[in-house]
Design a binder for this molecule. Structure first.
Ligand code: G6P
Length: 752
């Protein structure tokens, strides 16, 4: 609609201008035709009686001039006439002649006048045209005749001509508008049809067979080239990325070095049950989802805040516990935080300050000096823990997320040769936004202790480099994607995070049909129900309210889905000591109640809100049962739920509706990409999703699965480790070169 308005408004404005110009041009032309016509008629009228007029004017025969004039004004368009003697005196005039046009008013006092003296005037409200026609007797001028023409007929004709012109333009405008809308619709349909065809076909094997569509060969070629490149790289360096390949590259590049991960959230929590027993829980965290398989592959130590109620009871005297329970692949080292530390560092600076600072999701950051003190203290405590856990001078330390911005520099100060790889799991703000944080410089300096600093997207890298440029004295090497401070270099690159592939959770899940049957039964839905699913922590960045409103809009616009479509939202309570999170929790609850109240009928409710911390197995059951998964984040570094949905669908069914404000939208381009704020667009995408033909679902899902399989989390970790190995190698070479003549041998050793 807006597109039509954008085209129609200027078109109609141009037509209105043209109509205006055409009417005034036509008026002017018509007016001059009428005037010429009148002048000719006046001359003809006079010349018909010229001889009689000349002799009666010469003899000033007033009595016989009158009838002559009466005969002339018999023409209905002539109001009156006067016969003027050679000196300009009125010799005779008809009754209707207006006084202002008597001979003495029109002619010069000496009776001279110009030949064909014509002018326009107004009498009362009536337009008139006055002609003065000289009458000659042989060679002398005998006098003149003044004729006053009634021009109101011309005005009437002009008005009707104007009306006609405007009517013609009106019809043209309507036709043009109609044709414009029609042609736009036709061409839009053509485009969307073509684009759909190109995207669908180019994702599947059909692309190579088909030669239809103008972009198709190009897109298909690009995709083919991209996967050939990836395949080539895989062949050259040991096959597709997997846990085994990651282990091999770690062995090759960092002989004997164990990996130490520093992340606030622990991968396994021990919780005390009400009956006194202990249960193991998996937290809802994208970071944990991604990193846990990497740690299973690499082994080593994960240092995290011990936040489970039975965590202290399950560690040894070094605060270690081996995990995963029963598999014992790596060590979890727990760090204990006091209430004040947790409030200031985790709830305060990290989640009331940095989290809203980095997400454009309309929550104001709060920066308290006391929180900053705790943040610094806790960062120091984790850096201490790293130094306790490592065994050599150049360990591999993977620092995770916004909880530990100061840790890289703290480690660097104590272990100058450490390979510190930091990954920032959330967006990085613009330099301007970062400027609102009173601790911006310290955060940047802390992060630049890293050898490699990773973000999900190039945009976040660019924002980071701009921030360094704005707040620090540093050299930015844009080509080498690095920052150099004090002669030491940190690579700043994008490494889009992913999940494990083959995916453990998907592989151990029951068959899709079984998941669907059990989920529908659990929700009390009929077997042919259509099911939408959302999986999130209750966080204001996830767009949960917008998602529910889109479901409401879907039911408004598609009444036939009422009683048939149900959206189930798995919502894990999160950070609930923070006011903004409590508000969201209540807001979501109230919204669900309102929408359910509006549409519920019999036992059917459109929305099922399942709060709680759902284990990965439970989440996968829902993902496998769903017809559509809607990920509606308002701003998200990546969002791994989108990739998990893809991993869950080994049946190549189900449609992903994905917010364009997620990092995942840059990779999963076969999803239905939407603006979650635009409820019309989002609900239309949901409607498209639930009616999408099976073949199209398969083509889209197959393409997305192919992508996630290739760009899995082992590749993510492997690329960062490879870059860190290169940084280390460069550092060693330049150390040796600066050591003098012996250095040449050493360089040869390295190359040899
Ligand atoms: C985001 C952060 C993670 C965090 C997760 C869960 O994904 O990037 O670092 O673990 O949210 O939040 P929580 O505060 O419960 O750890």
């Amino acid at each position: 609609m807006r597109a039509h308005v954008r085209v129609l408004v200027p078109l109609l404005a141009v037509l209105a201008l043209l109509a205006f110009a055409a009417t005034s041009l036509l008026n002017r032309a018509a007016r001059s035709w009428f005037e010429r016509d009148v002048a000719t008629r006046a001359r003809l009228a006079v010349s018909g009686a010229r001889e009689a007029l000349a002799s009666r004017l010469a003899t000033e025969d007033r009595g016989r001039l009158g009838p002559l004039l009466d005969a002339i004004v018999r023409d209905e368009h002539i109001l009156g006439a006067a016969a003027c003697g050679p000196g300009g005196a009125t010799l005779a005039q008809t009754r209707g002649l207006p006084a202002s046009f008597a001979c003495d008013a029109v002619l010069h006092r000496d009776g001279r006048h110009r030949r064909d003296f014509d002018f326009s005037d107004v009498v009362g409200e009536r337009a008139v045209r006055v002609s003065v026609v000289p009458v000659r007797n042989e060679d002398e001028q005998a006098g003149s005749v003044v004729l006053v023409h009634d021009m109101s007929y011309a005005a009437r004709r002009e008005a009707s001509m104007r009306r006609l012109t405007l009517a013609v333009f009106g019809i043209v405008a309507v036709l043009a508008a109609f044709l414009t809308v029609l042609s736009q619709r036709v061409s839009w349909r053509w485009w969307t049809h073509e684009l759909r065809r190109v995207l669908i076909l180019s994702t599947g094997a059909r692309a190579s067979r088909s030669s239809r569509g103008p972009f198709q060969p190009l897109l298909a070629d690009v995709r083919r080239m991209a996967s050939e490149l990836v395949a080539e790289e895989s062949r050259a360096s040991g096959g597709p990325w997997s846990a085994a390949r990651l282990q091999r590259m770690l062995q090759r590049s960092f002989v004997g070095e164990g990996v130490v991960v520093v992340a606030n959230r622990e991968p396994y929590l021990h919780q005390r049950r009400p009956d006194g027993g202990v249960e193991v829980m998996r937290p809802s965290s994208g970071l944990v989802t991604a990193l846990e398989p990497v740690m299973r592959a690499c082994s080593g130590t994960w240092i995290a805040h011990g936040s489970g109620s039975a965590d202290r009871d399950t560690v040894d005297r070094n605060d270690h516990v081996t995990v995963p329970p029963g598999e014992d692949s790596y060590t979890l080292r727990r760090v204990w935080l006091s209430e004040d530390e947790e409030r200031g560092y985790y709830y305060g600076l990290a989640n009331e300050g940095l989290w809203p600072l980095c997400h454009a999701a309309h929550a104001r950051p709060t920066f308290r000096a006391s929180d900053w003190r705790e943040y610094r203290r806790v960062n120091e405590r984790f850096a201490d823990a790293v130094c306790q856990e490592v065994s050599g001078p150049d360990p591999i330390v993977l620092v995770q997320d916004y909880h530990f911005a100061l840790v890289p520099a703290l480690i660097r100060a104590r272990l100058p040769r450490a390979n510190v790889i930091t990954f920032w799991h959330i967006p990085w703000p613009t330099a301007e936004q970062l400027g609102t944080c009173p601790f911006a410089k310290e955060l940047l300096t802390g992060l630049l202790g890293s050898s490699v600093l990773g973000f999900h997207t190039q945009l976040h890298c660019n924002n980071f480099l701009e921030s360094v440029d704005r707040f620090l004295e540093a050299r930015i090497d844009r080509e080498g994607q690095a920052v150099v401070v004090g002669g030491r270099e940190s690579l700043v690159r994008s490494y889009p995070i992913s999940i494990d592939w083959p995916n453990r959770a998907a592989e151990s899940a029951p068959p899709v049909e079984e998941c669907r049957r059990s989920v529908l039964a659990e929700l009390g839905l009929r077997p042919d129900a259509l099911l939408g699913v959302g999986v999130d922590r209750l966080d204001y960045t996830k767009g949960i309210e917008e998602r529910l409103l889109a479901v409401e809009r879907l039911l408004e616009r598609s009444p036939r889905l009422r009683g048939r479509f149900t959206f189930v939202q798995l919502a894990a309570p999160s950070r609930s000591l923070i006011e903004r999170y409590r508000q969201l929790d209540q807001g979501v609850e109230a919204l669900v109640a309102r929408i359910n109240g509006r549409f519920a009928s019999g036992a059917w409710r459109p929305i099922a809100l399942l709060r709680g911390n759902h284990a990965p197995e439970a989440v996968f059951r829902f993902l496998r049962a769903a017809d559509v998964c809607y990920v509606s984040s308002l701003h998200d570094g990546m969002n791994l739920v989108a990739k998990e949905f893809v991993a869950a669908r080994d049946d190549e069914r189900g449609v992903l509706v994905l917010s364009r404000f997620t990092g995942a939208a840059r990779e999963l381009t076969e999803a239905l990409i939407v603006n979650p704020y635009d409820l019309e667009e989002a609900s239309a995408a949901l409607a498209t999703a639930v009616t999408m033909p099976a073949q199209e679902q398969e083509e889209r899902m197959r393409a997305m699965r192919g992508h996630v399989a290739e760009f899995n989390v082992y590749r993510w970790a492997g690329r960062m480790l490879a870059d860190a190995a290169r940084v280390r190698q460069r550092g060693r070479l330049s150390d040796r070169l600066s050591m003098g003549p012996r250095s040449v041998e050493s360089v040869e050793e390295v190359h040899g």
